[in-house]
Ligand binder design. Sequence first.
Ligand SMILES: *Cc1c(COP(=O)(O)O)cnc(C)c1O
Length: 421
Amino acid sequence: MKDMAALHTKARELDAQDPLAGYRNHFLIPKRPDGSPVVYMLGNSLGLQPAKAREYVEGVMSDWATMAIDAYTHGHPPYMAYADELKPLLMPLVGATQPEQIAILNTLSVNLHLLLVSFYQPTDRRYKIVVEGRAFPSDRYVVDSHLRSRGLNPDDALVVLQPAEGDHYTPDDVARVIAEQGDTIALWLLGGVNYYTGQLLDIPGITRQVQASGAIAGWDLAHAVGNVPLLLEDWGVDFAAWCHYKYVNGGPSCPGAIFLHSRHVGRDLPRYEGWWGNHIKTRFLMADHFDPAPGADAWAHSLPSLLHMACMRASLELFQQAGGIQVLRQKSLQLTALLEEGIHSLGSSRLSIITPTDPAQRGAQLSLRIAGADRSLQARLAENHVVTDWREPDTIRLAPVPLYNSYADVATLVETLGRVL
Ligand SMILES: *Cc1c(COP(=O)(O)O)cnc(C)c1O
């Protein structure tokens, strides 16, 4: 336990010097019976509620109560402009350079289908889609069912990227698939940060490899946005989609968003359309002919949930006030490094971290493989007020989040883990 005392001391010092320490008070953290906050390590799964979210939600409710239909044009902000007002806060998280590149809409799985409608244009020769072997299940279901809906057989048209060895994908793995499949691949859809291992893929490098082979590079950034800095426009990414209820703290079932590279903005792509995607200037003329909104907003079908955009607004303001994702990333690197150090200090031969050791290849999350453990381990952590999750067959995921986790949280987690092991 000598190491443990040293870990707590180090954590206390880091907290005392942390310029972002105060942001924790802007979130509602579930409490233990004694009233102190639990150690919440699951911002990668469901981000915590920003304290201001309720006020902004009540703002939407009260505008509805007092103005009714007039709130569309005169609410605070007007319902019609709510998504537009969030865009300047969201753009820096993903590296979009113009508002037309992003749209807030639907949920992530739905948006993947909508983007495949537009970007997956199979020909007799080029018709395959590549996903990674450890994709989040929904992505696999989306691609599988999408291929079937186009009359293709996933056994033939779905290619699975696998690591040559171990748990991580390398540029060589991508090159191997390209060499084997040649010009039969139409599109790649990969997770920027893998939900299971926490690996941050080389998004710009893989995008270049994929595009050099003549295919479209699409990214699922559910575990990347709000976690690591992204420069989607600079990196040349064709399209991306993500959700806002993980690191972006928009609350459960919050709408997601899509990104289109500027070279695709304004292109006449095949698309499923609805009235909210019609240009605002002509939307209420209620014409039979669709007049697309500029850019990604043309993919919208309906007004996204205002109550959830109110929650998103509370969180995105905090990202901005904290100095942006680059500043948060600096703390995140230190938090995760302390977690890694703490886990090593336990000296348990049962533990192995399956997330890359190179900080450039990971975000906040560390995934811990525990030999001989089962779900009850995660339950015992929970009994001790340390919130983590369990992924079959043998892994717990831990994500210290710079906006609301303290270094002391990390030390408490490590100590508790040592005890329950
Ligand atoms: C969380 C997650 C999803 C699910 O998103 P929904 O908005 O619930 O559809 C899909 N893909 C990945 C990679 C995820 O992490």
